[in-house]
Design a binder for this molecule. Structure first.
Ligand code: TA6
Length: 303
């Protein structure tokens, strides 16, 4: 079905006039655009990826690279990539794409609902013969993004099959900041983390996280909310979570950023990834017809 007729068919089913509609700003990359007096936001059908959220009175909360490739098979650089069923590089099995199978495939739009000045967009993706060749789990994922004065992200994983499987997951959120060198991440003091820039050594976080170079840390066994303090944009982004035991903090800094063709010059300064996750031995095991929901609840306040 040609793009235009596909978009029109989707809008016939899902559009809420004056609230939410499906658009195709980039050919082959339809998205759900939410626009109300209280909030604007956007979710890409590709990867089921939130790419924008702006509560009324606030600036854009997420970073999206100006050099994102927007091509099938390549992840969108920014917003909230969904990592499943493994995080980062796969530790076993055949050579596979980083961060799993689902951020580089189109998701199915299931519903758009509007209640109490919130708009919820629900998308799904499921295992198929292609995915099972790479990873055997018979999974169904439902991702619900509720846009309002807060942003609620829920990733619901269901095991539709008879074989138990264990998965890792992460909402790999790129939060927009004025200058990452002046940003602090609060709430991880006292936590143990794996430092992926230092041979995966286990270290202990003392006080707030400040970034002074490439930073790639998996904070283990923490269910705490974190706060991203941004004195340049004069705001605090609060990330609370449910049923997530790990938090990842990442920024590539100058050298790694220079090698990333899908990141604009100096754009590394404009984001910090604070990722809501369950990774490693905190991966989740699901038996037949079991399900698990991981939730991130994001809010933004001026300083
Ligand atoms: O979440 C941090 C991380 O695993 C880093 O090690 C870095 O690889 C980052 O993800 C980005 O990964 P991507 O595949 O999106 O370039």
């Amino acid at each position: 079905m040609a793009s235009a007729s596909r978009i029109s068919a989707l809008n016939q089913r899902f559009e809420i006039p004056g609230i939410a509609a499906i658009v195709e700003e980039r050919k082959g990359f339809p998205s759900v655009r939410v626009q109300t007096p209280d909030v604007t936001g956007e979710v890409q059908l590709y990867g089921g990826q939130v790419s924008s959220w702006k509560p009324a009175g606030a600036e854009e909360v997420f970073f999206v690279s100006s050099k994102t490739r927007w091509q099938e098979g390549t992840a969108i650089r920014g917003g909230v990539p969904i990592c499943f069923p493994w995080f980062a590089d796969r530790t076993e099995g055949p050579k596979s794409p980083a961060h799993g199978l689902v951020r580089t495939k189109p998701w199915r739009l299931e519903a758009i609902t509007h209640a109490d000045s919130n708009v919820t967009v629900a998308l799904s993706t499921s295992a198929d013969e292609t995915t099972k060749k790479v990873w055997q789990g018979d999974y169904h994922l439902l991702f619900c993004a509720t846009f309002g004065d807060q942003l609620r992200l829920e990733l619901i994983v269901t095991n539709r099959g008879s074989l138990t499987f264990k998965f890792e997951e992460a909402l790999h959120s790129y939060y927009r900041v004025g200058n990452v060198e002046k940003t602090k991440v609060r709430g991880l003091g006292g936590c143990t983390y794996v430092d992926k820039t230092d041979a995966r050594k286990e270290k202990h976080q003392r006080g707030d996280v400040t970034l002074t170079g490439e930073t790639d840390r998996v904070y283990r066994g923490t269910s705490s909310s974190v706060e991203i303090e941004d004195p340049v944009l004069r705001r605090r982004i609060l990330v609370a979570k449910e049923d997530s035991r790990d938090t990842v903090v990442w920024n590539p800094w100058t050298q790694k950023a220079a090698a990333m063709a899908d990141l604009g010059a100096d754009e590394w300064r404009q984001f910090v990834c604070v990722e809501t996750a369950n990774v490693g031995d905190h991966g989740v095991t699901l038996g037949e017809v079991q399900a698990h929901t991981m939730t991130a609840l994001i809010s933004v306040n001026s300083m």
